[in-house]
Design a protein around this ligand. Structure first.
Ligand SMILES: Cc1cc2nc3c(=O)[nH]c(=O)nc-3n(C[C@H](O)[C@H](O)[C@H](O)COP(=O)(O)OP(=O)(O)OC[C@H]3O[C@@H](n4cnc5c(N)ncnc54)[C@H](O)[C@@H]3O)c2cc1C
Length: 520
């Protein structure tokens, strides 16, 4: 009993009382407080094995049950951590920031509504990428979804954490249109046109009247989202593009300076992601096939791996979506642009509606094989992502890459990096792969990560998303006017959640009197 993680101010007896209250409100089969349950909801990719242990979990099946659980949480002042499917691997999985928090698992809420005329959907939290994909196929609906590299999770959960995919609808949070939310007081609200009872336009116009609140519930702890409206991409007539490989680390600059203008101009409408050789190789092989030496891999080993799989130091997939005649014209522009910067290899791809299709993220097919990368070192693998936002500028990106790469060498870790284009920015995702069974390696992860955040801060770059362990650290880097944003977040938190019961610490947002003062 002694090892049960308890929230501040709780005893084992008081937690047992809370458990009974949840059981009588939801039913015993929706309440999970055994040691195995706690382990199941922990972070499988932990950096600190005891930092974020939940005390248990509950699985409400309806809005009314969410409200009933919120009522109990307010009564006992027990914190709840809502997850949709809880597959946020690399950022904390299903675990909460604060140990002892009860996970609110919403994966049983799985309704999908779809309007085929406007191509808009309303999904509940438990709807996975596979569910939505199957739904479209089963109902023969000519729309595509956009999926993340690990599509095991929830359409809603991913969008609420600003997840990304690889079609023109790949910035998922931008495709949110209208939310239904249970506030920490238990009140149910709908945003945008949803606030207008019975409006048939809820998913058609995101703003409604007055302030638009959709983004307020993204990466925040201001409410439990129970429905999310979203736009889906009409199935294109044609898909064309190319996979392009480049030979040298320095080629990153020309790649960014060539692809960036095409993205901004709209020739390219998806968000290409430039990845290094390890992003490709880590799903094809394991490190022990190549060397048994610790420390970052030398160029000789990197060259041998690249040669075996015929991959560049960097690779990028570019795709065009839409009418075939337009794609054919755009393809020539892309091809000329890529040829002008000396690629190692260009592999064209082309599809027209009716033909067999590639099952990849570029076609919005749910995939999970990228998770193979955590087997790179052997043992029980995992990774965390260090992901600063950069300008779409080749020199700046190359400089950030060189700094980061030098740090990977210094800390003796193998570099897996990517630069994903938004419309105007780059998201520089660096996966820090590790092996939980290597204590020496695990001891490095935390100081190494903090070093990268400090380096980025020095050059003016902030992260777009981060693991539970680093939410306070990253929130503290957003420090304009002595952390005015942090104070604004806390003011809103206190107003909406007077008992501080909802996900304390998410994105560095704490109720008054809890957590570190980021502005101290
Ligand atoms: C190999 C690999 C590749 C990956 N590739 C990608 C990628 O390409 N793109 C990408 O975006 N991610 C990627 N990920 C990260 C992650 O696996 C996905 O983003 C995944 O979709 C997140 O899990 P989920 O959808 O189940 O969200 P959840 O874990 O359910 O939710 C994420 C967070 O959002 C909040 N939240 C969720 N639901 C609610 C709610 N209803 N109300 C209020 N708050 C809520 C919570 O804070 C929660 O912790 C990858 C991970 C791995 C291991």
């Amino acid at each position: 009993m002694a090892d049960i993680p308890l929230p501040p101010g709780f005893t084992v007896q008081k937690l047992a009382e809370v458990q009974r209250a949840f059981e009588s409100a939801l039913g015993a089969d929706q309440v999970f407080f055994t040691p195995l349950d706690r382990a199941s909801y922990n972070d499988k990719f932990w950096v600190d094995p005891v930092g974020h242990n939940p005390s248990g979990a509950i699985a409400p099946e309806s809005v009314e049950q969410v409200q009933a659980a919120i009522k109990i949480a307010n009564q006992y002042k027990i914190p709840l951590w809502p997850i949709s499917r809880g597959k946020n691997l690399g950022y904390g999985g299903s675990a909460p920031v604060l140990s002892g928090t009860v996970v609110m698992d919403l994966s049983r809420m799985k309704k999908i509504e779809f309007d085929p005329e406007t191509g808009t959907a309303v999904v509940e939290p438990g709807v996975s990428f596979y569910d939505l994909y199957d739904y479209l196929k089963a109902n023969n609906l000519p729309y595509w979804i956009s999926t993340p590299g690990n599509s095991w999770g929830s359409v809603m959960g991913n969008a609420l954490d600003r997840g990304v995919g690889y079609t023109p609808y790949g910035e998922h949070t931008k495709r949110i249109n209208g939310l239904e939310v249970v506030l920490p007081t238990g009140e149910l609200v709908r945003t945008g046109m949803g606030a207008f009872t019975g409006a048939p336009t809820w998913q058609a116009y995101p703003f409604g009247f007055g302030p638009g609140w959709d983004q307020m519930f993204v990466q925040s702890n201001f409410g439990v989202v129970t429905k999310m409206g979203m736009w889906l991409m009409p199935e294109p007539e044609s898909l064309m593009g190319m996979d392009v490989e480049f030979d040298r680390p320095e080629d990153l600059k020309a790649m960014i300076d060539t692809i960036g203008p095409l993205r901004r101009e709209g020739v390219l409408q998806q968000s290409p992601s430039i990845g290094n050789w390890l992003r490709a190789a880590a799903v094809l092989t394991t490190r022990d096939e190549w060397t048994d030496k610790p420390g970052a891999l030398g160029e000789d080993v990197i060259d041998a791996i690249r040669k075996r799989f015929n991959i560049g130091w960097w690779g990028v997939s570019l795709r065009l979506y839409g009418r075939e005649s337009v794609n054919k014209a755009s393809y020539r522009i892309l091809e000329d642009a890529m040829k002008s910067i000396n690629p190692m290899l260009i592999k064209p791809t082309s599809w027209v509606r009716g033909e067999p299709i590639e099952h990849t993220g570029w076609t919005g097919t749910p995939i999970t094989f990228p998770m193979q990368n955590v087997n790179w070192y052997g043992g029980r693998g995992g990774h965390v992502g260090f992901s600063p936002i950069l300008k779409q500028d080749g020199d700046a990106a190359l400089a950030q890459f060189k700094r980061t790469y030098a740090r990977y060498q210094e800390w003796g870790m193998d570099y897996q990096g990517s630069f994903a284009f938004g419309e105007r920015h780059l998201t520089n995702v660096n996966a820090m792969i590790f092996n939980h069974d290597d204590p020496e390696m695990m001891a490095k992860v935390d100081p190494f990560f903090r070093q990268l955040v400090a380096d980025a801060k020095e050059h003016g770059y902030g992260e777009y998303r981060t693991h539970l362990d680093y939410m306070d650290l990253v929130a503290a880097t957003y420090d304009f006017n002595n952390h005015a944003l942090w104070r604004l977040n806390q003011t809103v938190k206190d107003a909406l959640d007077p008992n501080g019961i909802l996900a304390p610490g998410k994105s560095g947002i704490w109720p008054s009197g809890m957590g570190p003062r980021t502005d101290a």
